[in-house]
Design a protein around this ligand. Sequence first.
Ligand code: DQA
Length: 146
Amino acid sequence: MKKRRNILVLHGPNLNLLGEREPAVYGRKTLAELNRSLVAHAARLGLSLRIFQRNGEGELLDLLHRHRRWADGVLINPGAYAHYSYALRDGLAAVDLPAVEVHLSDIRKRESWRRVSVTAESCRAMTAGKGFRSYLEGLTRLAREL
Ligand code: DQA
């Protein structure tokens, strides 16, 4: 039987405003453009995607729970929740799927409170600081885990 390669993509808070939100940090391209790049890259890698953006921590957790049996892996940009959400960190551990965390900006080189990611500890890898490429490289990394 062919191996399933389903990826749940979760964009966290404020990422719906990509393109207009702090363009000097996050760029001028929109979330729709990012999602189109993700779908094209997924096709090259032979992956199926379900993509969601939510601002609420609980909503992101609900999606993780709801799609956990469909998904074989998770690509997540937790936004600011990365820095303090033990609930998301526990959620990622609970569903026990390979996950890769991505950030558009390089959180390791920004404010001190942003340098910590508690959610990354439940992920196999993190890619950050490369704009859209963080997501594409993260997806490639995840494909290797399947
Ligand atoms: C971000 C980095 C976070 O610190 C910030 O809160 C975001 C976006 C990024 O993609 O660079 O919302 O996750």
